[in-house]
Structures are given as C-alpha cells and as structure tokens.
Design a protein around this ligand. Structure first.
Ligand code: BGC
Ligand code: BGC
Length: 835
C-alpha cells in the first residue's frame, strides 16, 4: 500500500518527537519540571490598571540601589530604623525570637512604636518619586500569638479537625484585626503543607493529610486575612497580607525531616503538596513563601522550574515570592549574604534576616555586573510594588495613624475569644468513650491531673511569644485560660468541685479524673521525631493513668499534641480519650465539651473529626496515593457524645525495632536521629545539613552522609567545626550517672593539626577535650570507639545545664573521619573528669 509522502514525513516526525521526549524523560535530570503537569490558571486576579500605572511610574524613577533594596528583608534583631537611611530595604520582619528591645513581653504599644519608626524611616528616604514604605511582617500563625495579651487560636492541626471553612475565615479576619491593631502589614500564614509524615515537627502547622481539605481551608484563611478578592473589603483597613507557605513540598520530606528532601514524583508533588496553592491564588493571596526543603535534590530556593515556570507562570501568581529565613544559605554556591541563584530562580524578596547588609551589597554588585538581568530585577520589584499598592501602603498614613491601629481593645477582645473558644469546641476529637463516661456531671467531685492540666504554654504550643514556645508559663500568658481553670469555672457554676493535682495524688476520692498530658511545645526541626511513640523514655503519665484506673476511678484523658501519636497504652488506660491538639488561649472550650448541663443534657456535642489518620504503631501511617496504610483510627473518625462504642483493648506493642528512637542516640544507622541535626561552620557562618552533603560557608569542613555513617572532611587551612545539636538540654543528671559521649568512628585521613571534641552550651560556652592523640593512634580505615565523659567537658568549662551540642569536632588541619554512631551512654573507662 502506497503511503502519501507528506503523511509519512508527518508520522516520522511525530515518531521522532515521541522518541526524543521519551529519552528526555528517561535520561532526565532529577528535579526537571514539566509545567504542563500542573493546574493552569489565568493571570490577572491582582491586576488593576491604576496600580500598574503607579508601579510603572515608580519603576521609571527608581535607582538600581532602590530597586535592589526592595528585594531585601531584614529582621528587627539586626536592623534599626536609622539603617533604612543608608540601606533602602523593602521590608522588615520580626522573626520568631525577635521583639522590640529584645523583650518578648513587650507591650503592644512598644510594637506599634517600633513599626511606626521603621515606617517613618522608610518614608523619609529622599527620592525622585513618592516614598515607598516598608512592609512589616510577622508570624501570626495561630492568632497574633507573638505579641502578649492577644487571642491565641488553635494551631492548624486543630482547625483542620473542625472541617468548618467558614469559621477558619472568621479566625483569619480576627487575626488580621489584631495584627493591624499593632500596625503590622503582613503575616506569614497560612501554611498549606499537606503533611505525609507526622514525625515532621511542623505537622501542627498543617490542616490535613488530605489535599482536598487543605485546598478548602487555605483560601478560607487567605480570605479572612486579606478580605474577599474582587470586593471593597479586599485589603481594606483591618486586613493583613497573607503568605501561602512553604512552596513547595514541605510536608513530604523523607522521614518527615524539617527542610529535607521531597522525593515525590512530579505528578504527586502537584496533586498532593501543591493542592493549596491554586485555590489560595484564586483567593488573591498576595505573597507566597518559598520553602527550605528540596525537591528531588534541588533546594526550592534554587528551583526555577517550580518558582518561575509553575508558580508564576502556569498557576498565574502575580504577587511576590518571599524567601524563608536565611534559606538561601543552603543552596550550593551561596552564603546567607550572597545568593544571586535564588533571585535567578525567581525569588523576589530574600529573607536575609541577619545578613541583609551583605545581601543588599552582593545583589547590587551582581546586578551591576549583569549577573542578574535587569529584567529579572524589574519583575521582582514590580511584583513587590504591586503588592504594596494593593495593600494600600501608598495611601495609608503611618501605622500609628491608621484606623484600628492602637486599638488594643481588639487584642484578645471578647468577640475574638468567643471565636477561639468555638474553634476549640469544634476541633476536639473524641477517640474513645467507653460506657459513655462523657459528658461528665458538673456537680461531681473531680480530680484534674497531668502535667498540662494547668499549663497554658503547653496548650499554645510553638510560635507563641517566641519561636519554639517552650518557655511559657501561665504568668507569661496572663490573658489565657488553662484547661483546669475552664473546668473549675464550669463545675463551680453547677455546684461541683475540681481539685488540681498534676501528679494525681488525692485525699478525698474523686468521682472521676480528668488527666491532661501530651507533647510539650516545639517548632521547626527541634520538634522532629524519630518515631510517633509519645514518650519512649518517660512513662510517668501512663503510670498515673494506670494508678487511677487500678483505684477504679473513671478516667477522661485530654491529650495535647501537635499531631496524632501512638498512645495505645494510654488509650487502654483511659475510659474516654480526647485529642485536643494545641487549643491555644481558650482552655474553657475544653470544659464546654466535657460536661453536660445541670439538666443532664449535653451542652455541646463533639463535632471534630480527624483530619490526620491516627497511627496504629510507633511508626507513622504511610500512603498509597491518598489512601493511608496502618491507621488505628482513619481520617474522618471521631465519636459524638452519647456514642459509647468500645475501643480496645488495643495492641500495646509499638512494633518498633528495639533500638529505634532509643533515648540518647544522636546518630545511628546512617542518619542523624531526630530531633538532632548536624551543623558545619567556619569563620563565616554555620549551616545545617539538610541534604546528603553540606560544606560550611567557606568550605573549611564538609559533611556527607554515606552508607557507613557521616564523613567529616577538613581540607586544612581554615578552622572548621562539625557539630550535632538540638534544643538545649540539662545533662547534669546524665553526668552524675557517669554518662559519656561515645562515637564509633573510622579515620579516613589522620589529623594534621590538633582535633578537639567539645560540648557546646551557647554562643561563648564550651568545654573542649583534646582528642588528637587518640585519633592519631587509630589506624586509618579501622573502626574504633572514643568515649568522653560528660564530666570531662564540664571540667573544661561546659555548662551542663544547657548543652545544645553534646558533640562538636573542631580542627584547622587536614583531617577526615567517618562516624557510624554516636550516643550518650554509660561507658566504662571513658574520661570521667574530676569527681
Ligand atoms: C519559617 C517560616 C517563618 C520564618 C519567619 C522560618 O524559619 O520556616 O515559616 O515564616 O521563619 O519567622
Ligand atoms: C527565628 C525564626 C526563624 C528560625 C529559623 C529563629 O531564630 O527567630 O523566625 O524561623 O530562626 O531557623
């Protein structure tokens, strides 16, 4: 059969294209992006002719210095208003630990004063155009919780369990009003992560494991914060800019490690982790924050395909992309003060928290030298100015003079608190209610026990007053109501009694016990876990539950946590079990659900349902597509009052490998054990290892993970430190028990200069032991063990009450060592220091 030549050519060329694209996919570099796999949306949600005209006019008159300045954000801990006269920065933030005068208890007035000073300094800059005020941002991620006396809403993990987008929108509006009252323009929220491994310490910032739910709640929060797009209310006074974060894949890193690597195929990255962005963009979100994590080995801050082609291209995002806190330093070839690669990838503003000065100078030099094209700079600045204009920054007076600013009655107002209390009621999930023990009779005599019964810091969780939120006592949050206080008020009104007894002891036998316990507060990476078992090393709360149970007292457990955890023994030891997440300042909302009215009828029902599957073992659930495997209670589970279906007895074996997550393990089986992290540093700065290998900023030392453990390599010539660190721990008791830091190691290149092993306890606090002789004696290539007693570090000056790095190796000569494991353990023959 004759074939028409034209058609043959057409077919051949089709075949060629198909073959080329096949080989392209097969031989493709990991991390290559295919925008056509992503949902497409039209541009223009944010375009208004008068705004674009204003921006055109400014761009035409701005100097290069001014343009570059707009692209840099500094943190109040390291910049003063007066600096803006010399450095024309576009934005200022208050990071997790930053506050006016370094005091996290600063009054709302002190915040407003500081923000006003920054505004005035930016507006006073001489220019050939109208002044361009700074944008001021803060993490108001569960209410305006960085500032005292505000309403603290449940963290997102609780909001997800409400399944009530209308209430989320109201919470967004209330949060915005409180933020605006202190003169702040912008909150770094909402987090739209879809978390697929709750060992991640930021799981509580996520609404759900289900992309469809995140896609519903993200736009609700954005609308609440910014006002509804397309209406007069959009960015009207009392609203605040939102940030959908962290783009992209933060909830899907390997083992749930913070800032780690997401290995999802692109289609899954788009469908699961990307789900929140198109609806947030449709709702008019004005900024998107790039993520610390990598996708398939490429850090998001360097990913042109995802930031520029997908987010700004395919998804039609016309706002600006803000970087995350110094995240640029994790890009190969960058430091925190020098990183054209991030701008080239599409970042519009760098969160150069403490490196803003150097960042401004290096970006300026790169722009002058043409290493960053002018078109890229203009695009970034256009986006930033567009957002500033849409936020009304060019029309509004200074923060102090704005309507609503200084109206501190909005902070923790009765209306906002009522909203938060409603959110608490809607977010609690009843996991077990055997024999219908709930609701309780408020006329009863109750014992209120457990470490967190009267602890508003534990209720509030991380990102409260400061970053980790782990130092907050009731006195720090005087406007908050503890769970005990809520119970006491509820029973007092009805004629019952409630006795607070954290350790569960009592003199008069109670009719029932309410035991409040769970995870203490944490935030980024310090909250990462090795397993999802509640507290492998400490069972005192379980013992308390069992003691009360043995005495025949009905037990209602109220569990505070940032994520579902394996608590089968605690579930078995309780009659009723309530997952209360991190409810925030309105502890009264818990009592609302625990008690019936004096008429015997329930006052409110449990309507919260799980947004995350609850794990059946000590390891998190896994997913086959969107179907979770290994759940004890599936997503959507939750009992209503009066339902008393029997739960248990449950399998009390966590099914964890014996040494998995064993207390005291710092590094094991080729990975650094959560919540510990490996850091490398030199004279320039320190960087955390989040990828298979990481050089220190000046290359004095490089750490790489391999099959035998991690290898630290010092080329020699510069002083470099490799350390394992986490949140400061008190190791006095461990030292008294004769514990030592023990490394199993192999020398790959013998030390050419002295090597010190140290315990670090703060900026200028360390105890270092010279281990050169021991390391020199070890033959190259052979495995050896080195133990140094904690007492030895103390003898050399370490303050054992606040050890943040129990293991640091430092040298300036050539040296290479591979370490297979590190633990804190009793070790015979270790240097024990003076007794
Ligand atoms: C976090 C962001 C946060 C920023 C500013 C970063 O470390 O990842 O979520 O908005 O700090 O505090
Ligand atoms: C800051 C946070 C930031 C974190 C990132 C903290 O010191 O206060 O805002 O998110 O560092 O590492």
């Amino acid at each position: 059969m004759a074939t028409h030549p034209a058609s043959l050519t057409a077919r051949l060329s089709f075949l060629m294209t198909a073959l080329t694209s096949l080989t392209a996919v097969a031989g493709e570099v990991p991390g290559t992006v295919h925008p056509e796999l992503w949902p497409a949306a039209a541009h223009g949600r944010l375009s208004r002719p008068e705004v674009e005209r204003l921006v055109d006019g400014l761009l035409a008159r701005m100097s290069l210095e001014e343009k570059v300045g707009q692209m840099v954000q500094g943190d109040i801990d390291s910049i003063r208003p007066a600096d803006l006269a010399t450095y024309p920065l576009g934005s200022i933030l208050a990071g997790g630990n930053a506050a006016p005068n370094g005091d996290i208890h600063s009054s709302p007035q002190a915040w407003l004063d500081l923000i006003d000073d920054f505004y005035e300094a930016s507006a006073a800059r001489p220019a050939k155009h109208r002044p361009i005020p700074v944008l001021f941002g803060i993490d108001a991620v569960h209410g305006h919780a960085h500032v005292v006396d505000t309403t603290i809403f449940p963290h997102n993990v609780g909001l997800g369990a409400m399944h009530d987008p209308a209430l989320i929108e109201k919470i967004g509006r209330a949060t915005a009003e409180e933020v605006a009252a202190t003169g702040i323009d912008w909150t770094f929220a909402p987090t739209v992560a879809v978390v697929r491994d709750v060992r991640w310490g930021r799981s509580y910032e996520s609404y759900s494991e289900d992309p469809a739910e995140v896609a519903l709640y993200a736009p609700a929060m954005v609308t609440g914060l910014q006002g509804a797009i397309g209406t007069q209310d959009f960015m009207a006074p009392g609203h605040t800019l939102a940030s959908a974060k962290h783009f992209l894949g933060d909830g899907g890193t390997v083992d749930g490690r913070d800032q780690g690597n997401n290995l999802s195929p692109e289609s899954e990255l788009a469908r699961v982790h990307g789900a929140g962005y198109p609806p947030a963009i449709a709702a008019g979100v004005l900024t998107v924050m790039a993520s610390y994590n990598a996708w398939q080995g490429v850090k998001m801050h360097a990913n042109h395909g995802l930031i520029t082609d997908v987010l700004k291209g395919r998804m039609g995002f016309d706002g600006f992309v803000i970087g995350d806190w110094n995240a640029q330093e994790e890009i190969p070839g960058c430091t925190k003060g020098d990183c054209p690669a991030a701008i080239l990838a599409g970042l519009d503003m760098v969160m150069a928290a403490d490196s803003w000065k150097e960042m401004y100078e290096t970006l300026l030099a790169a722009a002058r030298a043409g290493r960053i094209p002018m078109a890229r700079i203009d695009d970034a600045v256009r986006r930033i100015l567009r957002v500033k204009a849409l936020a009304g920054l060019f029309e509004r007076p200074s923060p102090k003079a704005r309507p609503g600013a200084g109206d501190f009655a909005a902070l923790g107002s009765p209306e906002h608190r009522a909203l938060a209390r409603q959110a608490v009621r809607e977010s609690l999930v009843l996991l077990k209610n055997d024999k219908g023990v709930l609701p309780l009779d408020p006329r009863a005599h109750l014992l209120v026990a457990g470490d967190f019964a009267d602890d508003v810091g534990a209720q509030a969780g991380g990102w409260t007053l400061d970053w980790q939120g782990n130092h907050n006592s009731n006195a720090d949050l005087p406007a908050a109501t503890s769970i005990f206080a809520g119970i006491r008020d509820a029973v007092a009104r009805a004629g019952g009694t409630a006795v607070l007894s954290p350790d569960g002891s009592y003199t008069s036998r109670p009719d029932a016990a309410i035991v409040v316990f769970g995870e203490g507060p944490y935030a980024e990476f310090q909250g990462d876990r090795e397993t999802v078992e509640l507290s492998p090393g400490d069972r005192h709360e379980l013992a308390l539950l069992r003691r009360l149970r043995a005495a025949g007292i009905p037990i209602v457990s109220v569990f505070l946590s940032g994520r579902p955890l394996w608590v089968n023994p605690e579930l078995d030891a309780s009659d009723a079990f309530v997952a209360a997440w991190l409810p925030g300042s309105e502890g009264g909302g818990v009592a609302d659900l625990l008690f019936k009215g004096v008429d015997g009828k329930p006052r409110y029902d449990f309507t919260g349902r799980l947004a995350f599957s609850w794990p059946a073992t000590g390891m998190p659930v896994t997913y086959d597509g969107d179907r979770p495997q290994g759940a004890l209670f599936p997503r959507g589970y939750g009992l209503a009052d009066g339902t008393s279906g029997t739960v248990g007895p449950l399998d009390e074996n966590s099914h964890l490998a014996a040494d998995r997550g064993a207390p005291g393990t710092l590094f094991q089986s080729g990975h650094v054990t959560a919540p510990w992290s490996i850091y490398v540093s030199d004279a320039k700065a320190e960087v955390r290892l989040t990828m298979p290998s990481q050089p220190s900023p000046e290359g004095a030392v490089t750490v790489a993970l391999g099959k035998d453990g991690f290898t630290g390599e010092w080329p020699g010539g510069h002083d470099g430190v490799l350390r394992i660190g986490g949140r400061p721990a008190d190791l006095h008791a461990a030292a008294a028990e004769g514990m030592a830091v023990t490394l199993r190691y192999r020398i790959d290149a013998p030390p050419a200069a002295p090597v010190r092993l140290a315990a670090l306890c703060g900026k200028r606090c360390a105890g270092a032991v010279d281990v050169t002789a021991a390391l020199k004696a070890a033959p190259v290539g052979a495995w050896r063990t080195l133990s140094v007693g904690l007492g030895c570090f103390a003898a050399k000056g370490a303050d054992l009450s606040q050890v943040e790095a129990p293991m640091a190796l430092e040298t300036s000569g050539r040296f290479a060592i591979t370490v297979a494991d590190i633990r804190l353990a009793r070790e015979e023959g270790a240097c024990q220091g003076p007794s």
